[in-house]
Design a protein around this ligand. Structure first.
Ligand SMILES: NC(=O)c1ccc[n+]([C@@H]2O[C@H](COP(=O)([O-])OP(=O)(O)OC[C@H]3O[C@@H](n4cnc5c(N)ncnc54)[C@H](OP(=O)(O)O)[C@@H]3O)[C@@H](O)[C@H]2O)c1
Length: 261
């Protein structure tokens, strides 16, 4: 069956669950060979691997902490060694610690910078070595509407890490364009994955979801697949003349309309 990513080799960081998992599965459905990455959830990564293989696509799984340069190198090398190349890198893995600037611990802030910012840079650096040689590549960074401006308590320093990802996307697009490498970002708004659900009761969650729906033009909450389908577009050659862009995937947040609330 002809897929939009037939034969492409993709590394998706943090693809054991959440948005990364949906991207890995959607890529495989479109014919890509996928390198699934995780740091702790080995069983969940294996489930993703098996699901991909059930579609008839090829996949490997690699435990790597992207915040460690040696691990990032090992991750990209694993894909290249097994599949012979790398065409697409999705920098999805990230963490979020809630807390205001007054109470977030130094270790939490450092860890967010290490994973969300440095980890993304390390993976780009390794993938680009191969992409530059073949003068082809797609880098997709998962940013967040937090980086653009949300009035959401306790996420200021997380937002800062995502703003760095947007700057990185634009500058890498500029730096790597001459080598035929497209670099774009997706900015999801709110997707009910473990990252968001953490620490909330079912009751709290239901209330938040209802309130959120009312701030979205489409009046529904995003699924991980809503984000994954945009990643497929950016990974495919349908988007070959798009680079340096941030695609906001938020269902049309009405609170971005000035003075709407
Ligand atoms: N959910 C939202 O509302 C939302 C909104 C905007 C943007 N985003 C962004 O979307 C992306 C995915 O978020 P999500 O909600 O799907 O998160 P999630 O459910 O918490 O999943 C995070 C993934 O990242 C992996 N990971 C964490 N630290 C890692 C490390 N150091 N090295 C390698 N992998 C690591 C985790 O692996 P393990 O399973 O092994 O721990 C897991 O696969 C993130 O970039 C996030 O900032 C999310």
């Amino acid at each position: 069956m002809a897929g939009r990513l037939n034969g492409k080799v993709a590394v998706v960081t943090g693809s054991s669950r959440g948005i990364g998992k949906a991207i890995a599965l959607e890529f495989a459905r479109e014919g890509a060979k996928v390198c699934v990455n995780y740091i702790a959830s080995e069983d969940r990564a294996r489930e993703v691997l098996n699901e991909i293989r059930a579609y008839g696509s090829e996949a490997i799984m690699v435990r790597a902490d992207i915040s460690k340069p040696d691990d990032a190198r090992r991750l990209i090398e694993a894909a290249v060694n097994i599949f012979g190349t790398i065409d697409v890198l999705v920098n999805n893995a990230a963490i979020m610690y809630y807390g205001s600037i007054m109470d977030l611990k130094d270790e939490e802030f450092d860890r967010m910078i290490d994973v969300n910012v440095k980890g993304t840079i390390y993976c780009c650096r390794e993938a680009v070595k191969y992409m530059v040689m073949k003068r082809y590549g797609k880098i997709i960074n998962i940013a967040s509407t937090a980086a653009i401006g949300t009035a959401s308590h306790g996420t200021t320093l997380y937002a800062l890490t995502k703003a760095a990802i947007i700057a990185l996307t634009k500058r890498l697009a500029f730096e790597l364009g001459e080598y035929g490498i497209n670099v774009n970002a997706i900015a999801p708004s709110f997707v009910p994955t473990d990252m968001f659900v953490q620490g909330k009761s079912e009751e709290e969650l239901r209330e938040i979801l209802e309130k959120r729906k009312a701030t979205i033009s489409l009046r529904r909450i995003a699924s991980p697949e809503d984000i994954a389908r945009v990643a497929v577009f950016l990974a495919s050659d349908e988007s070959s003349y798009i680079t340096g862009q941030v695609i906001v995937v938020d269902g049309g947040r009405i609170d971005y309309l000035t003075h709407s609330l």
